[in-house]
Design a protein around this ligand. Structure first.
Ligand SMILES: Cc1cc2nc3c(=O)[nH]c(=O)nc-3n(C[C@H](O)[C@H](O)[C@H](O)COP(=O)(O)OP(=O)(O)OC[C@H]3O[C@@H](n4cnc5c(N)ncnc54)[C@H](O)[C@@H]3O)c2cc1C
Ligand SMILES: *[C@@H]1O[C@H](CO)[C@@H](O)[C@H](O)[C@H]1NC(C)=O
Ligand SMILES: *[C@@H]1O[C@H](CO)[C@@H](O)[C@H](O)[C@H]1NC(C)=O
Ligand SMILES: *[C@@H]1O[C@H](CO)[C@@H](O)[C@H](O)[C@H]1NC(C)=O
Ligand SMILES: *[C@@H]1O[C@H](CO)[C@@H](O)[C@H](O)[C@H]1NC(C)=O
Ligand SMILES: *[C@@H]1O[C@H](CO)[C@@H](O)[C@H](O)[C@H]1NC(C)=O
Ligand SMILES: *[C@@H]1O[C@H](CO)[C@@H](O)[C@H](O)[C@H]1NC(C)=O
Ligand SMILES: *[C@@H]1O[C@H](CO)[C@@H](O)[C@H](O)[C@H]1NC(C)=O
Length: 569
């Protein structure tokens, strides 16, 4: 069954991770030496210890027409300066003294090639390190917030680049150690700290996996909103503002974070809030760190908002003749004000793939298909919900309206959706064992979905490449999985870029939920323009003046940027 396959996969990933470490590289850095003055910004300096540094522009004589004190254009920066190899080794000796030994992970400071490799890349990343120097020289496994703080103090003093990882399921080269340095893997920090059942919230260490959390909460009839890739943990989910199938009903990650504990790049520990359900208390530091992809600090603990599981739930499977019809029906459902618990779309190729895999006990009609999760307080309200939804889909060209017959089938259906990526990979590998896979992630306003999907699927179909499409369609968010061989890299890159640019033309985004990482930095610029990105850079440098935290991700921090271009392995 699919769920067991996922479990085995995650176990295998963890096994590699725990049985595997780093090497050095050391590139020049240097910004603070050219800095003048400081202005307290963005947040009360006493909380964050964050200062805005302004550069000595006169001394540098760089493009004066880009002088914008509220933002920080790239051309106002000097290249960063990081620890040399000997400085890194010295720092690591200090780190060994502050991270206590552990029963579960040995050693806690590891530079085996296994650990170093597993912490720089995964098969399904769309961007891969361009050379061996883009892996961490050491992987450090701290056991507490205090240890993370001690490690970061040392890294701050020595300007050691730091990447934080947790589940390593992100897809855009988010955790490639572009500058060598160390990687802090927080997967040891996997304790549930406190469930406040009467308040519907929970405090967890940030290395808790969403699947383990879901199992734990299930016993209390509760759930947390985000269900992204198998193996992902709470810190990665917060750092990417992840969502998943449950987000259209229960909200994306940022809506469900009540408070975060974050260690800043100089070791300062910040807890953003207490745990009220609402708050107007100053800047929203939760949302500053949510989606920050490890560029502002290391998240070590989170207090999350929980939801009560629906009393009665059904899954309907609704095939359509065309993907356009399916998307149109979704628009109608959403605009009718009907709240479903999840609305997912699988295209014809995906349905074929699942059907062919034989992994579900049932066979499916090979057409674009909506999977609708409907929840209600009791059977009567469920019946009227189902009547309403089926009436809408029928008048918009659905071919049938089938239900999952029991809980097992419901689970099976949903796990089929969850491993869609692997079904595609397996199918691709049947034909070419060296097959590569490119996962895309774009989102558009719901009214543009029918056109967007129709054009996307038509272009992919014409390319002749094996591909499938799944969408969190209730949120206007679609993923294509494209299988390709080494020689087809340019072709697939063009297809992916066309899909992203199409989403941007339809007033959408280059990433609905996976984040920017390394792979989408240029599209972020295309999407929102220079000034908002320059503002992000200003915020980053105010908190991380030495640019040690996950360098090169989301936007460039080095005028002589050396980070990986998009390329195949
Ligand atoms: C099969 C598959 C399906 C997926 N489906 C979805 C989906 O439906 N929805 C969705 O949103 N995503 C999905 N993803 C993407 C991925 O699961 C999410 O981006 C997830 O949130 C990443 O979490 P992680 O724990 O694996 O983080 P990692 O990959 O370890 O890290 C991701 C980013 O977070 C940063 N980070 C990690 N830990 C910390 C920390 N402690 N402090 C600060 N920063 C940190 C890293 O530096 C990196 O930038 C899918 C991935 C796969 C492989
Ligand atoms: C690990 O570090 C030691 C020095 O601390 C070095 O001798 C060794 O070669 C490194 N191993 C790898 C795999 O880089
Ligand atoms: C961080 O490092 C700088 C040197 O780069 C040092 O001046 C500063 O005191 C350090 N901060 C902390 C909190 O240790
Ligand atoms: C997603 O929501 C459903 C209810 O619609 C719930 O049964 C399920 O457990 C949730 N998933 C997770 C991972 O919490
Ligand atoms: C998180 O995601 C939601 C939905 O995609 C978006 O509206 C919100 O702005 C994001 N928040 C952050 C802090 O990135
Ligand atoms: C589903 O797959 C099976 C096995 O490959 C095939 O026999 C069947 O015709 C397919 N079903 C449909 C509806 O195409
Ligand atoms: C879709 O359904 C809605 C509601 O039943 C209906 O008003 C609309 O005309 C239908 N659209 C199409 C294209 O059939
Ligand atoms: C896919 O392409 C084939 C020809 O290559 C065509 O017959 C078919 O109609 C296309 N399907 C879609 C959904 O565009």
């Amino acid at each position: 069954m699919f769920s067991r396959a996922i479990f085995r996969f995650v176990k295998a990933v963890r096994h590699v991770r725990f049985n595997s470490t780093a090497r050095n590289q050391g590139r020049p850095s240097g910004f603070t030496d050219t800095l003048l003055g400081k202005t307290a910004i963005f947040t009360s300096g006493s909380i964050l210890g964050a200062y805005l540094y302004e550069q000595d522009l006169n001394r540098k004589n760089k493009t004066t027409d880009s002088i914008a004190p509220s933002t920080l254009p790239l051309n106002m920066l000097d290249p960063p300066k990081y620890a040399s190899d000997p400085e890194l080794e010295e720092a690591v000796e200090k780190i060994r003294k502050v991270v206590k030994a552990s029963d579960s992970v040995q050693p806690v400071v590891d530079n085996s090639s296994e650990q170093r490799e597993s912490h720089s890349d995964t098969y399904y990343n769309t961007v891969h390190p361009s050379n061996k120097d883009q892996s961490p020289k050491y992987v450090v496994f701290p056991g507490s917030t205090e240890e993370v703080s001690e490690v970061l103090k040392i890294c701050n003093e020595s300007r050691v680049p730091v990447v934080a990882t947790s589940g390593m399921s992100s897809l855009e080269g988010h955790f490639i150690a572009t500058r060598g340095g160390i990687t802090i893997d927080i997967s040891r920090m996997g304790k549930i700290v406190k469930l406040n059942k009467e308040d519907l919230d929970i405090t967890v260490q940030a290395g808790v996996g969403w699947e383990e959390l879901a199992d734990y909460l299930s016993e209390h009839n509760l759930l947390f909103s985000s269900d992204p890739g198998p193996g992902a943990t709470i810190s990665g989910i917060c750092a990417t503002n992840a969502s998943g199938t449950n987000a259209s009903r229960y909200g994306e990650c940022y809506k469900n974070v009540l408070s975060l504990t974050v260690v800043l790049p100089d070791g300062t520990i910040v807890k953003t809030k207490q745990r009220p359900r609402k708050s107007s208390a100053g800047y929203n530091l939760n949302s500053l760190f949510v989606g920050s992809e490890g560029t502002l600090g290391v998240i070590t603990e989170a207090t999350l908002r929980l939801h009560v599981k629906p009393a009665v739930e059904s899954v309907a499977v609704v095939p359509f003749k065309t993907i356009k019809d399916a998307a149109t029906a979704v628009g109608e459902i959403v605009r009718a004000g009907v709240d479903l618990n999840a609305i997912e779309l699988l295209d014809t190729n995906m349905m074929k793939c699942i059907n062919k895999s034989g992994e579900t006990s049932r066979q499916w009609s090979e057409n674009p298909t909506l999977f609708l999760k409907m929840g209600a307080a009791n059977k009567d309200s469920m019946k009227s919900l189902v009547d309403h939804v089926s009436q809408i889909t029928k008048s918009n060209g659905s071919q049938e309206f089938q239900f999952a017959t029991d809980d097992d089938e419901k689970t099976e259906l949903w796990s089929a959706r969850k491993v869609a990526l692997w079904s595609t990979i397996n199918q691709g590998k049947e034909e070419n064992k060296d097959a590569q896979l490119w996962t895309t992630d774009a989102a558009v306003p719901i009214s543009h979905l029918p056109q967007f999907l129709e054009e996307t699927v038509a272009e992919l179909n014409q390319s002749g490449l094996e591909n499938t499409l799944v969408a969190h369609i209730g949120d206007g968010n679609a993923h294509s999985f494209i299988v390709y061989s080494h020689e087809q890299h340019q072709l697939v890159e063009d297809l992916v870029h066309n899909m992203i640019r199409r989403a941007l033309r339809y007033e959408g985004t280059c990433t609905g939920e996976h984040g920017v990482g390394l792979g989408k930095r240029d599209f972020l610029l295309e999407e929102i323009g220079d000034s908002p990105v320059d503002l992000m850079r200003r915020i980053k440098l105010s908190i991380d003046p030495n640019r040690i935290m996950n360098p090169d991700k989301i936007f460039r921090i080095d005028p002589n940027d050396v980070a990986a271009e998009v390329h195949s392995k």
